[in-house]
Design a protein around this ligand. Structure first.
Ligand code: GLU
Length: 443
């Protein structure tokens, strides 16, 4: 069996870390198993789905390097869904209901008042043809429910949660087609999973109960259900849900903020597992060991601070060839190497590179170090040894050492108390600018 997974976002909003994580899990698992990863756009909600969101999702997936081999759009498949719905109607598994939303709400409240579970009472199954005709004559249109087999206990072995069992009599028959004939999520998802030959459905645990219902839909359509992996949701550091509504950032916000895609992938791949979060630079390398058995059942907390720390570690390891196209044109490989350890984000380099190219407003401290530095400033070509030769000579002349030696030089050359190692920077700054800065000139 070739593993086939799909990521199935609704193009009604941007990707955020929650659904990007689901996409990542699907991609990693498929790649790790030598299988295929597909994108399915759940766009049956025509009022809220847009092509702009679909395009933004594609772009975010590309940025995250989550490459899918096929794209399926549910809006292209309505005829197929209707064909399947007809078959299920003929089999007695879809039945017409005429209750209004208010009537259903009233029923639910009555059940709750009587301390009964708010499960749909299947009153519509008992409607006679003449009662249905009367509703139709009143202008009511039916919505359609899938008739669950309430006698069956659905069981599956969740790759994350272990054995799961569901008493189907505790669930309402789900509405699958609205009054206007449009499809809700449940049934099209199953039809697509069959048509796309999906072997593993990987999604958040908010879908666990849907899976039990969908197992019966697979069966009703003569297909075997895929395997399921329901991961615990991630929450914000304060435990609240990570949705846009709570002000959580979208993936494109993180991209605009200058985060590396691999920092996001590194964090999301490990969040919710007992494995240490490490700065990863290659998705393929983690795909091999990707295993749902490593995930725990409790919610994992997403922290932007952790992301920032991971981002810095990744930036510190990026070779020049990987970032060259994103750097200002005057940043050479030597400058990248010298400045890289002090960057949290690649984009910070524009500011930091000013230490080399200027203008820097030097800060000159009183004392013997700066005059001595001017005195013994090396001639000739400067290289990575120049710094230690120069500071050695200043030390010999003034007796200054440690911070008393280095801080005045740093302040004079960079105008700041903290910054990158000066040994590598000195030849890049060059003698001409160093002379000016030591003289207190902005250069
Ligand atoms: N569109 C559904 C969602 O975003 C897909 C769930 C699934 O993976 O089946 O929740």
């Amino acid at each position: 069996m070739t593993v086939r997974t799909r990521f199935a976002p609704s193009p009604t909003g941007l990707l955020h870390v929650g659904n990007a994580r689901t996409a990542l899990h699907n991609a990693l698992f498929a790649v790790g198993q030598g299988g295929a990863f597909l994108l399915r756009l759940d766009d049956t909600d025509t009022a809220r789905s847009t092509e702009e969101f679909a395009q933004a999702i594609r772009e975010d997936l590309a940025w995250l390097s989550l490459e899918y081999s096929e794209e399926v759009k549910q809006s292209d498949k309505i005829a197929r869904y209707n064909e399947v719905a007809d078959k299920l109607r003929a089999d007695g598994r879809l039945y017409a209901c005429y209750e209004t939303a208010d009537e259903l709400d009233f029923k639910r409240k009555m059940q709750l008042a009587r301390k009964q579970p708010p499960v749909y009472d299947r009153a519509a199954l008992a409607l006679s043809q003449s009662e249905k005709d009367t509703f139709e004559a009143e202008g009511r249109r039916p919505h359609w429910r899938f008739k669950l087999n309430e006698a069956e206990r659905v069981e599956f072995d969740d790759l994350v949660r272990g054995p799961a069992g569901f008493d189907m009599s505790a669930l309402s028959d789900p509405v699958v087609i609205r009054e206007d004939g449009s499809f809700l999520y449940m049934l099209p998802s199953v039809i697509d999973d069959i048509d796309m030959a999906i072997t593993h459905v990987v999604r958040g645990e908010d879908h666990v109960t849907n899976s039990a219902v969908q197992v019966q839909m697979f069966k009703a359509l003569g297909a075997s259900a895929p395997a399921f992996a329901h991961t615990a949701l991630i929450t914000a550091a304060d435990g609240s849900g990570l949705s846009k509504r709570h002000g959580a950032k979208s993936i494109s916000d993180y991209r605009a903020d200058g985060y590396e895609a691999m920092a996001i992938n590194s964090l999301l791949a490990r969040l919710g597992t007992a494995d240490p979060v490490e700065p990863l630079t290659d998705l393929a390398a983690i795909a091999g060991g990707f295993d749902f058995g490593r995930f725990g059942r409790s919610a994992a907390k997403f922290s932007e601070d952790e992301l920032a720390a991971l981002n810095a570690k990744i930036v510190h390891s990026l070779p020049y060839s990987d970032v060259e196209s994103r750097l200002p044109s005057d940043v050479s490989e030597a400058a990248w190497t010298a400045l890289q350890p002090n960057l949290e984000k690649v984009g910070d380099i524009a500011d930091l590179a000013q230490i080399i190219t200027g203008p820097v407003s030097p800060v000159l401290e009183e004392g013997p170090v700066i005059p001595a530095a001017i005195n013994v400033l090396p001639e000739g070509t400067w290289d990575s040894e120049t710094w230690s030769a120069w500071t050695g000579a200043i030390k010999a002349e003034t007796g200054a050492k440690g911070k008393a030696l280095f801080m005045p030089l740093r302040l004079a050359l960079t105008g700041e108390r903290h910054g990158p190692e000066l040994a590598a920077l000195l030849p890049l700054i060059g003698r001409e600018r160093v002379v000016k800065r030591l003289a207190g000139e902005t250069a």
